[in-house]
Design a protein around this ligand. Structure first.
Ligand code: 13P
Length: 281
């Protein structure tokens, strides 16, 4: 199966299912994720988070993922997640990613438009898809009561028209990391964005969202869902338990891999069953 970009993953007839992006934080992550995708015969997106490059070389992580994707039995996209640095985006492109995110969500609107459009112009010459972000899916700083965090539907249409992005990350009530209170998704806003925007819509901050809300979000127009924290928390728990009575790291990696596979399998199954739900508001 070839390495694919995001446009090759989304069904233009908008069959209601979403493709999962799972962040890679090491070899075991990528291997377990592709194994589950093959087992379920479902496409997958390996997300390479820019913040991981504080610890591992971009070239090593990207090439590892690209090589594994090219040998997978299902379509796999390798996507730079939350790219903020122009240099990192160019290095990721040079090393073979099939998709990049430029996260200009904390920039003033016009600057976000200009910088995203520039990345789109470069990436599209290489057949690489681009995801932009509008609104602000924060981490600990997300305030669900503050309307300025949320994506404005009219502005989303303007952003897509001016930048030419293939996918748009929107803020409709989710945030990255562990939620302090149960997330409450703004389905009305999501539906309104879907009506005005024709590119793939992306839900970040998937960990902690209920299965029912995922399926409703998919029915209302979400095409791609990003998950990491839930995998991270489960891996940390597994490793701390496994290392309390074992000093063989190779065995621990086996336990890690099983844990990653179990979490990813659950999400991929939920994302594939969006068809049964309506976007009834
Ligand atoms: P979580 O870590 O909250 O699941 O979010 C992942 C994400 O959105 C990566 O872009």
């Amino acid at each position: 199966m070839p390495l694919v970009n995001l446009n090759e993953l989304f069904d233009p007839t908008r069959e209601r299912r979403a493709v999962g992006l799972f962040n890679v934080a090491g070899l075991e992550f990528a291997e377990a994720m592709i194994e589950v995708a093959e087992e379920l015969n479902t496409p997958i997106i390996l997300g390479v988070p820019e913040r991981f490059f504080q610890f591992s070389r971009l070239e090593n992580v990207v090439r590892l993922c690209v090589d594994m994707a090219e040998r997978a039995r299902v379509p796999v996209a390798v996507h730079l997640d939350h790219g903020k640095s122009f240099d990192n985006i160019l290095r990721a492109l040079r090393n073979g990613v099939s998709s990049v995110m430029f996260d200009g969500s904390s920039l003033p609107y016009e600057e976000n438009v200009a910088r995203t459009a520039e990345i789109v112009r470069i990436a599209h010459t290489m057949g690489v898809s681009v995801e932009g972000e509008l609104g602000y899916v924060g981490r600990g700083d997300f305030d669900p009561t503050d309307p300025s965090f949320y994506t404005n539907p009219e502005q989303a249409a303007d952003f897509v028209a001016k930048t030419g992005v293939d996918a748009l990350a929107i803020a409709v009530g989710t945030a990255h990391g562990i939620y302090k209170t149960t997330p409450k998704l703004d389905f009305e806003r999501l539906k309104s964005i879907r009506q005005k925007v024709d590119v793939a819509l992306v839900l970040h901050g998937g960990s902690g969202v209920s299965d029912e809300d995922f399926q409703k979000a998919i029915a209302c127009g979400i095409d791609k869902i990003n998950v990491f924290t839930e995998i991270s928390v489960s891996v940390i728990k597994t490793v701390s338990e496994a290392t309390s009575n074992c000093s063989d790291w190779i065995r621990v990696t086996g336990e890690m891999r099983r844990t990653i596979a179990n979490v990813v399998r659950h999400y991929m199954t939920v994302f594939n069953t969006g068809l049964d739900h309506d976007c009834d508001l």
